[in-house]
Design a protein around this ligand. Structure first.
Ligand code: G3P
Ligand code: CA
Length: 224
């Protein structure tokens, strides 16, 4: 099974920061995951929540601040909230990156185009090395409309085969709490990889292996 460094190495350094990604890469992992939002001035900002409160203490939304102001905040241990381009530079082109577009609550018009154009500019081998996912099905439809070849991870709480077909999805991304053997079998029949989040426990890791998962997301790059 592939091991995906979820938000970098958040058990070792503040989540979704350059330090977190550096430490995850130092562990030898090749697969990484991060979350992106758009700042007020249209920059692709790597952080998990719509609000900056939990990570930085600042009670404001990413969408309402220019990146300069977001950059001035402390994301923990003196780390900054980075831009997608910076994280991709730190990871380098010998890695594989799952970019989760966080449009679950906030609409970020044009974010799909920005993500695609960014990865195409930054990584020569982007079509093999980038997987775009989102809980928002319409976001994924927009991604597919913009590019016929990009790998799409259908990130969902309920597996819907029709959605996977429409997207020509590469993978089904689901929680270990919701995945079942039936879903794994159905997804594999359709040629989808099965990627499971977020596993920080060896027992659940073993269960997912038994179920036939292709990859697991973890906060602990040294899980296995
Ligand atoms: O992509 C898998 C996982 O990251 C989705 O949940 O809340 O950690 O972004 P969350
Ligand atoms: Ca995520």
């Amino acid at each position: 099974m592939k091991i995906i460094a979820h938000r970098g190495a958040p058990l070792l350094a503040p989540e979704n920061t350059l330090k977190s990604f550096r430490l995850a890469k130092e562990s030898g992992l090749v697969y990484f995951e991060l979350d992106v939002h758009l700042s007020k001035d249209g920059q692709l900002v790597v952080t998990h929540d719509e609000s900056l409160k939990r990570v930085t203490g600042r009670d404001a939304f990413v969408k309402d601040l220019d990146y300069k102001e977001i950059f001035s905040l402390d994301a923990g241990e003196g780390e900054k909230i980075p831009l997608l381009a910076e994280v991709m530079k730190v990871l380098g082109e010998d890695t594989v990156l799952n970019i989760e577009i966080k449009t679950d609550i906030t609409a970020y018009p044009g974010i799909e185009e920005k993500v695609l154009s960014s990865v195409k500019t930054l990584w020569v081998d982007w079509s093999e090395r980038v997987i775009i996912s989102s809980f928002n099905f319409n976001t994924l439809i927009n991604v597919r409309a913009l590019d016929e070849t990009v790998k799409i991870g259908l990130l969902t709480r309920e597996f819907n085969a029709e959605q996977a077909e429409r997207l020509k999805a590469f993978s089904l991304n689901m929680s270990y709490k919701r995945i079942t053997k039936d879903i794994v079998n159905k997804a594999k029949e359709m040629g989808l990889e099965v990627w499971i989040y977020t596993i920080n426990n060896r027992e659940i890791f073993a269960q997912m292996k038994e179920l036939g998962a292709d990859a697991v997301f973890t906060d602990n790059p040294y899980l296995v």
